[in-house]
Design a protein around this ligand. Structure first.
Ligand code: TXA
Ligand code: MG
Length: 326
């Protein structure tokens, strides 16, 4: 990969202890780039209030700059300084923060998140993650921290420090290694802009849990009459090098196999997301197993059918993006 001189740097491996957390926060305050663990995936973090720092994220990821980023805060009070919460947003935040939920709300008059991180929108995406290491870094940084998933744009999201380094070694200042992430798929994104909360991206909090709190069905983004407001959601994402064939009954000759639930056949290039059919276990393995099967060099990864319930909605969303034409 061709790298401009400003992009090339030595990537420090930081331990997730007090010293590592302090150094990560110092790098962020100085405008640098740090890959941080959250309970969903690793995020590529920068000071959200500094346009030049945020520009570094787009450069390191080679991400199209019109795609807005999530800003991370240590608590609801901090988030409410950045965005305007209506009753639905407040109920969802109180029920699920800290946790794998992102809320898109109108930016507050005092919002300090840079235009670049918001891609010029009048709204802002806010998340309070539950991971203790992320929380500690956010507290120490003392400002909103923008962080998309820590992978090259369009590639599989990173759920371990090794995945981060595979995509971004030499392009970021540090990675804070706290082991593999627990949830394994990104946060659920809900827009609360007009009294009718909209599901922009399925993720770590299942739809039914959200609907239980707001007491009504979530409007689906992209439904008739709804303008798409998360442009990044429409393109091919999470793509391995191999083609992906979904809802397969069994692997064909030469294919790698990503199974789910009990299986009778055996196969040389196979992994099973959860032999017992546990969707939480499957979500936590999804991106790592896609990477491992991609490394076998097979041209196609065939994937078993995953039920569309609970976390299955997020898993199937990511798999459909991985399988999308590109
Ligand atoms: O779990 C996660 O959410 C991870 C961790 C690191 O927090 N982050 C993550 O960020 O997945 P990213 O950048 O890969 O995905 C953020 C999505 C994008 O698709 C973007 O279009 C949408 O959030 N988004 C951000 N701000 C938005 C806004 N103001 N309106 C609508 N969509 C927005
Ligand atoms: Mg991503």
């Amino acid at each position: 990969m061709d790298q401009s001189p400003s992009l090339s740097r030595t990537t420090k491996r930081l331990a997730a202890d007090a010293a590592g957390i302090a150094e990560a926060a110092a790098i962020l305050r100085a405008g640098g780039l740090v890959a941080l663990p959250t309970e969903t995936v690793y995020g590529l973090a920068a000071d959200a209030t500094a346009g030049t720092a945020v520009a570094g994220i787009y450069a390191a990821k080679e991400r199209p700059s019109f795609n807005p980023l999530i800003s991370h805060l240590p608590d609801l009070a901090g988030a409410r300084r950045q965005g305007l919460f209506d009753a639905n947003a407040l109920a969802l935040a109180q029920a699920f923060w800290p946790g794998p939920l992102t809320l898109v709300v109108p930016a507050s008059p005092g919002c300090t998140v840079s235009d670049l991180a918001r891609a010029g929108l009048a709204t802002v995406a806010l998340r309070v993650p539950a991971h203790p290491v992320a929380h500690a870094v956010l507290e120490a940084a003392g400002r909103p921290i923008a962080a998309p998933s820590a992978n090259r744009s369009g590639r599989i999201s990173a759920t371990s420090a090794a995945h981060v380094l595979a995509d971004l070694d030499g392009r970021i200042d540090a990675v804070l290694d706290a082991g593999p992430t627990e949830v394994g798929v990104e946060s659920t994104i809900v827009a609360c802009l007009d009294g009718a909360p909209r599901l922009l991206r399925p993720g770590g909090i299942p739809r039914a849990a959200l609907e239980g709190v707001i007491g009504r069905p979530l409007v689906q983004a992209g439904e008739a009459g709804q303008a798409p407001i998360a442009p990044g959601m429409l393109t091919s994402h999470y793509a391995p090098a191999a083609r992906v064939r979904l809802d397969a009954d069994a692997p064909r000759e030469g294919e790698a196999w990503l199974g789910f639930g009990p299986e009778t056949h055996s196969h040389p290039h196979a992994l099973n997301l959860s032999p017992t059919g546990d969707l939480r276990e499957a979500a936590s393995h999804l991106f790592g197993y896609l990477r491992r099967l991609d490394e076998t060099g097979r041209k196609t990864i065939a994937v078993a059918r995953i039920p569309e319930q609970g976390l299955g909605e997020a898993i199937n969303d990511r798999l459909r993006r991985a399988a999308a034409p590109r």
